[in-house]
Design a protein around this ligand. Structure first.
Ligand SMILES: CC(C)(COP(=O)(O)OP(=O)(O)OC[C@H]1O[C@@H](n2cnc3c(N)ncnc32)[C@H](O)[C@@H]1OP(=O)(O)O)[C@@H](O)C(=O)NCCC(=O)NCCS
Length: 173
């Protein structure tokens, strides 16, 4: 699907989104709601996928999201995204979220979340369209590419295992 498209370096897809967390972002415990960060992650990843693929891309799956540290009101939060891996029409986008604490000096950025999402590039009818292959530019990019393949293999293997288990259950009924 993407054989004819020239590749794009990883750096082309790098996007950063920043914002200060406010009182409307909090959960009952007074820290920032995980769902607020999930939307933030999806937004930055979507912008990265759109930039790499040169058009609309939709979230197909979230492979993993890990919340490492709580985020608080007043923190300046930055989300960094880049395309780690590309298939024919799908892309894995990696996201790292860091917070600068408003009340800590010096306010060294703290990693608060990491995530891996799968986006699919779509045409105006919503059908998958080809994406340019991503071209890793350094050893870190190459590591991310390899690890994205591991996540993909695990995702496909898990899906196949669940389908086999369901088929067995149906046969037994
Ligand atoms: C994502 C979507 C376009 C895929 O359409 P589809 O017809 O099922 O696509 P196909 O089966 O032909 O697969 C196309 C690609 O998507 C990938 N894909 C499809 N579903 C996937 C999933 N759940 N997880 C990861 N990858 C997925 C396939 O692996 C394939 O990748 P490749 O082209 O790189 O090999 C379609 O399922 C969709 O529109 N989903 C809703 C997306 C959306 O609205 N997201 C916003 C949240 S509301």
């Amino acid at each position: 699907m993407n054989e004819q498209l020239p590749g794009r370096p990883t750096s082309h897809s790098r996007v950063t989104l920043s914002r200060i967390m406010t009182a409307i972002d909090v959960n009952l415990y007074g820290t920032v709601h995980g769902g607020v960060l999930m939307k933030f992650v999806d937004d930055v990843a979507g912008a990265s996928a759109a930039r790499h693929s040169g058009g609309t891309a939709v979230t197909a799956a979230i492979d993993e999201i890990v919340f490492v540290e709580p985020v608080r009101v007043g923190d300046l939060v930055h989300a960094y995204a880049q395309v780690n891996w590309t298939g024919s029409s799908s892309m894995e986008v990696g996201v790292k979220v860091v917070a600068e604490r408003w009340d800590v000096v010096p306010n060294e950025p703290v990693t608060v979340a990491t995530a891996y999402l799968v986006f699919v590039a779509v045409d105006v009818s919503g059908h998958p369209r080809g994406v340019p292959p991503v071209l890793p530019e350094n050893v870190e990019d190459e590591r991310r590419f390899r690890e994205a393949l591991i996540r993909r293999e695990h995702r496909l293997a898990r899906r196949a295992a669940i389908q086999r288990a369901r088929a067995e259950e149906e046969k037994a009924e």
